[in-house]
Design a protein around this ligand. Structure first.
Ligand code: DX5
Ligand code: ZN
Length: 222
């Protein structure tokens, strides 16, 4: 059985108390911290940049999972790596050379991820599997927290699970399969059943009165 990991998305945290929020989800059992970077151009919202990521790095030891919703992404990869990102994920639409972008992330000594928007087909990632440490399936259109889970993406998760399993069976490296958007106590079990092993949750964690309980529930442990 694959271990299920939960990556709370900081987007739903109290931005006036970010350091405290990061320490609280760490104590509550978060496996990774999901950091949503938005530029007001690739997505219709603006969040925060590498300065904030760097400031938060000293508040926890859990991996920083940086989801870049910026275009172009290439000029900022080094800054996010230096700020303390352990994994950097990019959208194929954010630049003309996805393969090169993933090579750059790996060259910076970080793990590399590819993010598929709801309308982006699985074929967008199939020729760069050997450079992926993670594939992220968006189950909402990126830009905002608190949206409803798009059921239609469950089939995509299942197809990617098969693709990853056959890649590994043929001697390829392990690839984490992550889902992001509208993940709740209700939708998490369906994502896990479809084959996801890392669940991003913003509202369902930071909007809950008890973070530890919320994380355990999403993992299916209570
Ligand atoms: C959306 C972001 C998500 C978002 C998820 O663009 O990529 O990470 O924070 O928020 P919830 O869990 O509230 O849907
Ligand atoms: Zn995200």
């Amino acid at each position: 059985l694959r271990p299920i990991r939960v990556a709370p998305s900081l987007l739903a945290a109290d931005f006036a108390r970010l350091g405290e929020e990061v320490r609280a989800v760490t104590a509550a059992g978060a496996d990774w911290l999901h950091l949503d970077i938005m530029d007001g151009h690739f997505v219709p919202n603006i969040s925060y940049g590498p300065v904030v990521v760097k400031a938060l790095r000293k508040h926890t030891d859990i991996p920083f999972d940086v989801h870049l919703m910026i275009a172009p992404a290439d000029p900022y990869l080094e800054a996010f790596a230096a700020a303390g990102a352990d994994l950097i994920s990019v959208h194929p639409e954010a630049g003309p050379h996805l393969h090169r972008t993933l090579q750059t992330i790996r060259g910076l000594g970080r793990k590399a991820g590819v993010v598929l928007n709801p309308a982006t087909p699985v074929s967008a990632v199939e020729n760069v599997l050997e450079l992926c440490d993670l594939i992220l399936v968006m189950s909402v259109n990126p830009g905002f927290g608190g949206q409803s889970f798009l059921e239609g993406q469950l089939g995509k998760i299942a197809i990617l699970r098969q693709m990853i399993d056959s890649h590994v069976a043929q001697g390829g490296q392990e690839i984490d399969l992550q889902v992001d958007g509208g993940v709740t106590a209700q939708t998490a079990p369906r994502c896990i059943e479809a084959g996801a092993d890392v669940l991003v949750a913003g509202t369902a964690v930071f909007g809950a009165p008890d973070y530890a309980r919320a994380i355990a529930t999403i993992k299916g442990k209570s």
